[in-house]
Design a protein around this ligand. Structure first.
Ligand code: UGA
Length: 449
């Protein structure tokens, strides 16, 4: 007879954890999600998500009602229930520093182990500085060492980084590009168990990379560093075309035809934001410094700087366009760090909106999903319920997040509403020539103003 399916817990039910828990249930496992926040538990148990993610609410509702997916705030319950415990708690940037804050990861592992009375595999998913798994291994051993008889449980550890993108989290989890599993030397048992957990994606050909702790941890941060570098690379060339002329989109298209380079993540614009790329490259630089290898990762500091300079460029173009920001009516289209997301963490759009406001402009923001999160972060900006409301009477319209609704915009949609025909396309998604032909003063990033 087939061995019974391992039971799964997911510790930390934020973005990553909630998605992982629902997807594991979708793959057929009994899943218990744990979070220390009781309000989150209540909401998730009702199938409600505190963030926007296409397809995820449906999965939650489906599996909460089938009983395959439950939530708790009790570590005791999780420890008794699970065979495999995924750790998906946050690793935010430490306030005022570049390094990652590992307090939540450490606390989750310690609390879980303290409550374990049966054998278990702990699987780290959070993005962590290299060396964390090996340190946690010692933490687990220390925790178990003091245990009185009867015999302490056997607790294994594996590192299985997550590569999901916001807005595509469900498909990225159910059908990932690759699976990476890091274990301690020769831990064949943990590898075999994780192959069972991921049997469905593996059966459809998902590549599996089985390696050591350090490589697994590094794959994650290296991937995000590479993506950030690609974006900043093209944005660095924007700075050149802005002074000498040339078209950044055509440049990116031409580069992208070289299969070794590829067109993806070469979209020039206001750059990267969100809860991952910016903090991950800063944490990687900080970790490399600690390891005495800071020189090797110094280019990431430059990638970060290139990225932030894009925001200055928009402020500069806006100032040039309206003459004086003080008192100008500016409509900002977009607040989320990218489309299909309501996340405003480190969002270039919201940062630029706030800076325009702080320079005296009268700023109205409209985002199809992120108004609420943006208002919580910057309550003093005006938030419009529709695009039309946002652009009414505007002296300048600035597009900063490329939602589909904005990509479809045509000059005649705005002409009856705005006060002045001035537009800045911060994401290079609109056809500049059409707008100029309609009498608009139209500028974009990566083009001579
Ligand atoms: C990123 C990675 O893409 C995921 O693989 C990773 O798992 C995740 O971080 C994480 O570490 O959890 P995400 O933050 O959802 O995912 O966002 P991306 O789709 O990577 O976009 C990041 C930022 O880059 C956005 O602000 C986007 O507007 C910007 N971007 C992206 C560009 O400016 N140009 C591009 O060509 C592509």
């Amino acid at each position: 007879a087939a061995a019974p399916q391992p039971r799964i817990t997911v510790i930390g039910t934020g973005y990553l954890g909630a998605t992982h828990a629902a997807c594991m249930a979708e793959l057929g496992f009994e899943v218990l999600g744990l979070d220390v926040d009781p309000l989150k538990i209540v909401a998730l148990s009702r199938g409600e998500l505190p963030f926007h993610e296409p397809g995820l609410p449906e999965l939650l509702v489906k599996h909460v009602s089938s009983g395959r997916l439950r939530f708790t705030n009790s570590y005791r319950e999780a420890a008794d229930f699970g065979d495999v415990h995924f750790i998906g708690v946050g690793t935010p940037q430490r306030p005022g520093e570049s390094a990652a804050d590992l307090a939540y990861v450490d606390a989750a592992v310690a609390e879980l182990v303290r409550n374990l009375t049966r054998d278990a595999l702990i699987v780290g998913k959070s993005t962590v500085p290299v060396g964390t798994a090996r340190r946690l291994r010692r933490l687990i051993d220390d925790e178990l060492e003091g245990r009185p008889e009867p015999a302490a449980p056997r607790v294994a550890l594996a590192w299985n980084p997550e590569f999901l993108r916001e807005g595509r989290a469900v498909q990225d989890t159910l059908a990932p590009d690759r699976l990476v599993v890091g274990t301690d030397d020769g831990d064949a048992e943990s590898r075999a168990l994780l192959r069972r957990v991921y049997a469905a994606p593996l059966a459809t050909g998902t590549p599996l990379i089985e390696t050591d702790f350090e490589t697994a941890e590094l794959v994650k941060v290296a991937a995000n560093a590479f993506l950030a570098t690609k974006i900043s690379f093209i944005n660095a060339f924007s700075e050149i075309t802005e002074v000498i002329g040339g078209d950044i989109t055509t440049l990116a298209d031409a580069l992208g035809h070289d299969a070794r380079i590829g067109r993806k993540f070469l979209n020039a614009g206001v750059g990267f934001g969100g809860g991952c790329l910016p903090k991950d490259i800063r944490a990687l630089q900080a970790r490399a410094d600690e390891l005495g290898a800071g020189a090797a990762m110094r280019f990431l500091t430059q990638m970060d700087e290139i990225n932030l300079r894009r925001r200055d460029r928009v402020i500069h173009l806006a100032t040039q366009s309206v003459g004086l920001l003080q008192g100008a009516r500016i409509a900002v289209l977009g607040a989320a760090f990218k489309p299909e997301s309501d996340d405003v963490r480190d969002s270039p759009a919201l940062d630029i909106a706030a800076r325009l406001y702080n320079s005296g402009a009268d700023v109205t923001v409209y985002d199809p999903q992120a108004n609420r999160n943006a208002a919580a972060r910057f309550p003093r900006l005006e938030y419009a319920r529709s695009l039309e409301e946002a652009v009414s009477g505007a002296d300048l319209v600035v597009l900063l997040t490329e939602w589909e609704e904005f990509r479809r915009l045509r000059p005649r949609d705005l002409e009856p509403l705005v006060r002045e025909r001035r537009f800045i396309d911060g994401r290079n998604v609109l056809p500049a020539e059409d707008w100029k032909a309609s009498g608009w003063e139209f500028s974009a990033l990566g083009r001579r103003a």
